[in-house]
Ligand binder design. Structure first.
Ligand SMILES: C[S@@+](CC[C@H](N)C(=O)[O-])C[C@H]1O[C@@H](n2cnc3c(N)ncnc32)[C@H](O)[C@@H]1O
Length: 271
């Protein structure tokens, strides 16, 4: 998706942020709802937050995620460095080895079987979005983030991926109909939300029955530097068993996790 081209498969699952109607948008250079809402698509993403109150970043980490410089450097420099500091060397599949991380996420989402649509929730500059889109070329992959800077970079890098649609929205209130997605990918973002439980409740709602959530987040920092950095950046870390219990409370089943140093990848299913 870039310029005015938006994969039409997204229309039936998209909810208008103003009138809350599903499937009401018509595509063009401007994406319009009959209620009067017009969403500009020319920047390469649908900004569904531009029609309401602008959210303000509450953590110092999130303020950095809004920076065009960080967004540009994120994939090559910021992400590998940050993961190494916060998760330690034991995060083997993550540190400098995106291929390993992708292998785990792709397998857990069963993308080899072409399952879709898939939501890459908090996609950042779209590292997973592009990789998931390439792994399942027949499936719609929606990359969603709250940061304009991240989405601008994601849009430039996802040129040529016809099955990618990028959306600016808030993870706490997803602009999709119930049961829209076969899979939700949520890499390295749970720790950044103001209310992770609300975001996971939304994930449960937008997954179809049998749909899978795959994510990664941080556990306890293995080093003092990691613990201090996490505290300064306002990063929340999960205690052992905490996420499993939270997801069970929200109605998820079949929880599994894989520890990678001070980080872990998890998978759960909406029954
Ligand atoms: C550490 S980055 C992870 C990016 C990507 N998933 C990856 O693994 O490369 C966290 C992302 O979460 C996004 N984010 C934070 N709060 C959000 C919210 N409330 N709704 C949607 N995205 C959010 C940030 O803008 C940022 O792009």
């Amino acid at each position: 998706m870039y310029g005015a081209t938006v994969d039409p498969h997204v229309v039936p699952i998209l909810v208008c942020p103003s009138c809350q109607r599903a499937g009401s948008f018509t595509l063009g250079r401007t994406v319009r709802c009959p209620c009067g809402v017009a969403v500009d698509a020319t920047a390469g993403y649908l900004d569904l937050l531009a029609t309401g109150t602008e959210p303000t970043a509450t953590s110092s980490e999130q303020r950095l995620m809004e920076s065009p410089v960080v967004a540009r450097l994120y994939e090559r420099v910021w992400r590998p460095t940050f993961v190494r500091v916060l998760a330690g060397r034991g995060a083997g599949a993550s540190v400098g080895g995106f291929a390993g991380e992708l292998f785990i996420h792709k397998g857990a989402l069963a993308l080899d079987h072409g399952a879709g649509p898939v939501l890459d929730l908090s996609c950042g500059p779209g590292l997973f979005t592009r990789a998931l889109a390439a792994a399942a070329p027949g499936a719609l992959v929606v990359g969603l983030d709250i940061s304009r800077a991240m989405l601008e970079v994601a849009a430039q890098r996802a040129r040529g991926y016809a099955n990618v649609v990028l959306v600016r929205a808030d993870a706490h209130k997803l602009p999709f109909t119930d049961g829209s997605f076969a899979g939700v990918n949520n890499a390295g973002a749970l720790h950044a939300y103001d209310d992770a439980e609300q975001a996971l409740r939304e994930v449960h709602r937008v997954l179809r029955p049998g749909g899978v959530l795959v994510g990664s987040t941080f556990a306890q920092a293995p080093t003092l530097v990691g613990r201090v950095t996490a505290r300064l950046a306002g990063i929340r870390r999960y205690d052992p068993g905490e996420l499993r219990a939270q997801l069970a409370r929200l109605g998820f089943a079949e929880y599994e996790e894989l520890r990678l140093g001070g980080a872990f990848v998890f998978r759960a299913r909406r029954p």
